[in-house]
Design a protein around this ligand. Structure first.
Ligand SMILES: Nc1nc2c(ncn2[C@@H]2O[C@H](COP(=O)(O)OP(=O)(O)OP(=O)(O)O)[C@@H](O)[C@H]2O)c(=O)[nH]1
Ligand SMILES: [Mg+2]
Length: 489
């Protein structure tokens, strides 16, 4: 019986009541919402309790007409005036969003002005003179959206990432997160924990006697085990979400003179790095951002690795090794003719990940195409590397082919297909999810005759998940759950 009541309780447990407005929320805030500088349009956003007054002050109305805010969500054309001088600032389009149907949940007015610096400056000055208004702090509109429970932290982070997205994959990831899909998953997991917690709480209150249906507690433990396994799976996502969000770090690594900087320049389509026939040309790490197949890639060209007495070059080599160590992908570039001639690797690849891609460069300067014996020999030298390609960064077709392979490799490693999109896009999420998992494991390991301790572990687990979304009100939800119960009555 208890099980069915709990599920009823879960359904009836609606969202907790919104927070009371803080003093700062009682002020009306305003800011330029579009990018600063000249543009066709500039959008100024005003939000807070004084929006009606701002509208009245900025739009002159013939005395015989009653002042009225425009219909919500309908664009209207108005002359904007300076309330003190009555001078017309601009003829603009205005949209009104009535509370709570706005981004901040408060009354909001958007002014779509002509996007000139003087127009925007005059409009902002005019609003600043209206009582109760002040310029918004960084992120304050989003903060109000969060505080009014309109958005949770993951959705706000998603919005921030959507604005920052430079590539298609970043956009996809951010859009999914900003539209609440990630929040939903965390909320579901949190609800599972609270469900288990309510059962353990019932055991504490009433003991494991006839009032609690047999098997309910063991079912809750099993559900928690399933949840722990699910969280573990999320944590083992190869950090795809975090990496795609911040950019995949790709290090070009190899001995001097192999063509590393030439490759970087071809990728950048400009002379980003100095190229010369002299070994040891590159000393510092040279970085640039690229978009490969929709994935953001931060490419680093590094100094050629060799033993040297030259102090500056030694520093460069150290940096190169460090860069390869930190990279998500390493691209090893070797000089193929030299490799064939010397019959041995002229760079130590022991510490380089075996998933790295190896480019055997300068195939164009071979006197004859690679034969099978040579190929086998090279493969043996490069064991256990499997992603090995021969080509030349100086030949357009070969370079295109190599880029195609590289992009596919990136797609495979960092795939964020719609079906299996990672939910962790931030180290913050990972930290709290790891914490949650620890508490769940502690719960699973707690003996059944210690329900108080077990409940405590679940409570912490729910709090850890709540920290991801910014909802830490376990008690609220428990209250709502228990309101639907009739245990012991
Ligand atoms: N024939 C041929 N020459 C190449 C190719 N790639 C690079 N080179 C030449 O090889 C020389 C060295 O190229 P870099 O790109 O400076 O080599 P690097 O690996 O950056 O060298 P360091 O900075 O010294 O580590 C230059 O003269 C390039 O023009 C290639 O595919 N074919
Ligand atoms: Mg170089």
């Amino acid at each position: 019986m208890l099980a069915s009541m709990i599920s009823m309780g879960l359904k009836s447990g609606g969202p907790s009541t919104p927070l009371k407005q803080s003093t700062s929320q009682l002020k009306t805030i305003f800011a330029l919402a579009s990018a600063p500088g000249k543009a066709g349009i500039a959008v100024v956003r005003v939000s807070g309790p004084d929006v009606r007054r701002v509208y009245d002050a900025l739009t002159p109305t013939p005395t015989h007409k009653q002042r009225r805010l425009p219909q919500e969500r309908v664009m209207v054309n108005r002359s904007i005036v300076n309330p003190s001088t009555k001078e017309v600032i601009d003829r603009a389009l205005l949209v009104y969003f009535a509370a709570p149907r706005s981004f901040t949940s408060q009354d909001t007015l958007e002014l779509h002005l002509h996007g000139g610096n003087a127009v925007v400056g005059a409009a902002l000055n005019a609003i600043a003179c209206i009582d109760g208004c002040r310029p918004a702090e960084r992120g304050e509109f989003a903060r109000r959206a969060f505080e009014s429970h309109k958005l949770d932290l993951t959705e706000i982070e998603g919005l921030r990432d959507l604005v920052d997205a430079e590539t298609e994959m970043q956009r996809r990831l951010a859009l999914r997160q900003s539209s609440g899909a990630v929040r939903q998953q965390y909320d579901d997991m949190r609800l599972d924990i609270i469900h288990a917690l309510s059962i353990v709480e019932a055991v504490i209150d009433f003991g494991e006697d006839e009032q609690i249906e047999e098997g309910v507690l063991s079912q809750a433990t099993q559900n928690t085990r399933d949840l722990a396994a699910k969280i573990e799976k999320h944590l083992h996502d190869n950090r795809r979400g975090e990496i795609v969000r911040s950019g995949i770090r790709l290090a070009i690594y190899g001995p001097p003179n192999a063509g590393k900087s030439t490759l970087l320049n071809r990728l950048a389509r400009r002379e980003a790095a100095i190229v010369s026939h002299l070994p040891g040309t590159t000393r510092d790490v040279i970085q640039l951002s690229l978009n490969l197949g929709g994935y953001p890639v931060l490419v680093s060209d590094t100094a050629g690795v060799r033993t040297t007495d030259e102090e500056i070059e030694q520093m460069g080599v150290k940096r190169a090794v460090e860069e390869a160590r930190q990279a998500d992908i390493t691209l090893v570039v070797l000089d193929l003719p030299v490799l064939l001639q010397e019959g041995r690797l002229d760079v130590d690849l022991k510490h380089i990940s075996k998933d790295s891609i190896v480019l055997l460069n300068k195939s164009d300067s071979l006197t004859a195409p690679l034969n099978q014996t040579q190929l086998d020999k090279v493969k043996k030298l490069l064991e256990p590397f499997e992603n090995v390609f021969a080509g030349s960064v100086k030949q357009e077709a070969a370079l295109e082919e190599f880029l195609f392979t590289l992009t596919n490799n990136i797609k495979q490693q960092f795939d964020i297909g719609m079906a299996d999109m990672p939910i962790i896009t931030d180290a913050r999420h990972r930290y709290h999810l790891e914490q949650c998992l620890q508490f769940l494991k502690a719960f699973i390991g707690t003996p059944s005759n210690a329900p108080v301790e077990a409940a405590e572990e679940l409570r912490y687990a729910a709090l850890a998940l709540g920290r991801v979304t910014g909802r830490v009100d376990v008690e609220d939800v428990l209250d709502a759950l228990f309101a639907g119960f009739c245990i012991g009555k």
